[in-house]
Design a protein around this ligand. Structure first.
Ligand code: DC
Length: 376
C-alpha cells in the first residue's frame, strides 16, 4: 500500500489565506504549510529586553526566508519560566503584524534549560521545501536538531611558502565543501605577464608599471570550480604558469603599489565569505578578519622532493639539489621583502604537511572549517 501523504492530499491554497482546500490532480497548487523555528535569549526579564530579542529574531527569520506578512499562518511562542510569557506576542504586534494569530506559552521548568530563552514556531504558507527553510538561532540559543541547520560559510585564509601544496589542498577542500577558491598568486602572475607582453622590465621600469596599473584589467571566472584568469579580456590561465611568469610574479609582488591594487581587488572578492583564499599575506593583510587562518608549510627538503617527483613523473629532467636551492631562494624572497612579507599571522593555525599525505591535509582543513562554521 503506498503511504498517503497528507501534504499532497490537503495541499493549501495559495490564495484562500488559512483555509484548507481539497485539491486534486493538476488543479493542486504547490503551496503548503511549513514551520520555521527560531530561538533566542533576552538579557533580562523586562518588556524592553524581551521585545528587543523577539523583534531581532523574527526579523531575521523573515529576512532569511523572504517571508511576506500575507504568507504567515501563525506564531507559537514559548518562553522559559524566568520570562513573562505575554511579551513575545506583543512584540510581534508592535512590528505591525496585526492579522496573524499569535500564541504565547510558558515552557515547563526543565533542569539545565537555557536561561531567559524565547522560542518560536512560525507557520508559513509557501512553495519552499522543508530543506530550503532557514531556521534562526541566535544569542546563545541552540537548535536541538543541528542536522537541520544550514551553517553559514566562513572566510578561510591560507598562507605559506611556495611549494607547500596550498593551492592543490585549498582547491580540493573548496570543491568538497562548496566554497569558492581564490588563488591570489595567479593575480601577481597576471600582472607579470602584462609587463612581459608590454616590454616592461619590472626591476628597472618600476615607475612605468605603477603608472600603467589602471590599464591592467584582471578578471577571474570559474569553470566547474576551477579559477580562470583573464588579462584585459584574454584567457591567460595556462600562460601565467610558465617560468617567466613565475619569476616576474616574484618581482612584481615586491612593489607596494601593485600589492595595494591587487589586495583591494582580493578583499572585494572575499567580503561576502564562503571563500578559501591562498597566498602569502591573506591572514595578515587581505582578510585579517577571516574566521579561520591557516599557515600551511612543509620542510624545505620535502617541498623540493615533491617538485622533483612531479618533474620526474612528467618526464622533465631535473636536479634535486638545484630544486632545493630554488625553494630556499623563493622563501628568502617571500619572507624578506619589505612589502607584506610572508609570515604566520598570530591567530593562524600551523599545518605542517611534511609527514602528511594530501588527503590527510585536506581532511584536517575540512574538520577545522566544520568546527569554525559551527561556532559562527
Ligand atoms: O603562489 P604563487 O607561486 O602563484 O605566487 C606567485 C608570486 O606572487 C610569488 O612570488 C609570491 C607572490 N604572492 C604574494 O606576494 N602575495 C600573495 N598573496 C600571493 C602571491
Amino acid at each position: 500500500m503506498p503511504e498517503t501523504k497528507l501534504n499532497d492530499k490537503y495541499a493549501l491554497s495559495a490564495h484562500g489565506k488559512n483555509k484548507r482546500k481539497y485539491v486534486s490532480g493538476k488543479a493542486r497548487n504547490k503551496m503548503s504549510i511549513r514551520a520555521i523555528r527560531g530561538a533566542t535569549t533576552a538579557s533580562e526579564n523586562t518588556r524592553e529586553a524581551v521585545f528587543e530579542a523577539t523583534i531581532e529574531m523574527v526579523k531575521e527569520m523573515i529576512d532569511a526566508n523572504g517571508i511576506k506578512t500575507s504568507d504567515m499562518v501563525d506564531f507559537i511562542f514559548t518562553v522559559t519560566p524566568d520570562l513573562t510569557a505575554v511579551f513575545p506576542a506583543a512584540a510581534v504586534r508592535k512590528m505591525g503584524i496585526t492579522d496573524v494569530p499569535l500564541l504565547d506559552m510558558a515552557a515547563p521548568d526543565i533542569d539545565g534549560a537555557l536561561k531567559m530563552c524565547i522560542r518560536v514556531m512560525l507557520h508559513i504558507n509557501t512553495d519552499l521545501e522543508n530543506k530550503d527553510l532557514n531556521h534562526v538561532y541566535s544569542r546563545g540559543a541552540k537548535s536541538l536538531r543541528p542536522d537541520l541547520i544550514k551553517t553559514k560559510k566562513i572566510s578561510v585564509a591560507i598562507d605559506g611558502p611556495a611549494g607547500a601544496g596550498k593551492s592543490s589542498v585549498a582547491k580540493q577542500v573548496a570543491k568538497d565543501m562548496g566554497y569558492v577558491y581564490i588563488d591570489t598568486g595567479a593575480m601577481y602572475r597576471a600582472v607579470a605577464v602584462w609587463a612581459i607582453e608590454n616590454g616592461i622590465d619590472v626591476k628597472n621600469d618600476t615607475q612605468k608599471l605603477i603608472s600603467s596599473l589602471n590599464e591592467i584589467k584582471i578578471d577571474v571566472s570559474y569553470d566547474e570550480n576551477v579559477q580562470r584568469m583573464h588579462l584585459n579580456g584574454k584567457d591567460v590561465t595556462e600562460r601565467i604558469r610558465e617560468n617567466d611568469a613565475s619569476m616576474g610574479a616574484s618581482a612584481v609582488a615586491t612593489i607596494p603599489e601593485v600589492r595595494v591594487y591587487l589586495v583591494d581587488m582580493q578583499r572585494r572578492m572575499g567580503e561576502k565569505g564562503g571563500v578559501i583564499m591562498d597566498g602569502r599575506d591573506i591572514g595578515t593583510a587581505v582578510l585579517p578578519d577571516a574566521e579561520l587562518k591557516i599557515y600551511l608549510t612543509a620542510s624545505v627538503e620535502e617541498r623540493a622532493m615533491r617538485r622533483y617527483k612531479e618533474y620526474i613523473e612528467k618526464g622533465i629532467e631535473c636536479d634535486y639539489e638545484k630544486l632545493k636551492a630554488d625553494v630556499i631562494s623563493r622563501d628568502a624572497n617571500d619572507m624578506n621583502r619589505k612589502a607584506s612579507p610572508l609570515r604566520q599571522a598570530e591567530d593562524a593555525i600551523l599545518l605542517d604537511t611534511t609527514d602528511k599525505t594530501f588527503i590527510e591535509a585536506v581532511d584536517t582543513i575540512k574538520d577545522w572549517i566544520k568546527n569554525t562554521e559551527a561556532k559562527n
